[in-house]
Write a protein that binds this ligand. Structure first.
Ligand code: FAD
Length: 99
């Protein structure tokens, strides 16, 4: 018997198509597009969760928009996620998530 398996992925992370939220809703982790190349997503799920909490907390105190604060706080994480996929593709010699 030949066993075949697979999983569904999306191109949010390699293409940098992050979706951080809308209005008072903030998305973190994979739902927002944070997943590093080779499927490492726990660290960015934790860090973006922490950034979301920080943005909400600061937003309540300063009355600034939490989504705008969260967007600013995740700048580096978004840059690193995109860079990890570029590096992964370079090492593998191919697009890691071809559509
Ligand atoms: C087989 C496998 C191996 C992996 N190995 C590693 C690894 O070694 N290291 C690593 O860093 N990462 C690994 N990852 C990736 C990592 O698990 C994920 O990137 C990480 O768990 C994402 O965290 P998250 O909180 O964003 O989402 P999730 O952990 O997916 O959490 C989302 C939660 O939301 C719940 N949910 C969904 N829809 C609804 C709804 N409508 N209402 C209420 N709840 C809902 C889900 O049940 C789930 O509990 C692996 C992934 C897989 C599939």
């Amino acid at each position: 018997m030949v066993r075949k398996s697979g999983c569904l992925g999306n191109d949010m992370c390699p293409k940098g198509k992050f979706y951080l939220g809308n209005g008072n809703i903030l998305l973190v982790g994979e739902a927002a597009g944070f997943l590093n190349a080779f499927g490492e997503g726990i660290s960015c799920a934790l860090s973006t969760g922490l950034f979301a909490a920080e943005a909400i907390s600061k937003g309540i105190k300063s009355r600034d928009n939490a989504l705008a604060l969260y967007t600013e706080l995740t700048k580096q994480e978004r840059r690193q996620t995109k860079a990890s996929w570029r590096l992964g593709a370079k090492i593998a010699g191919r697009d890691l998530m071809p559509i």
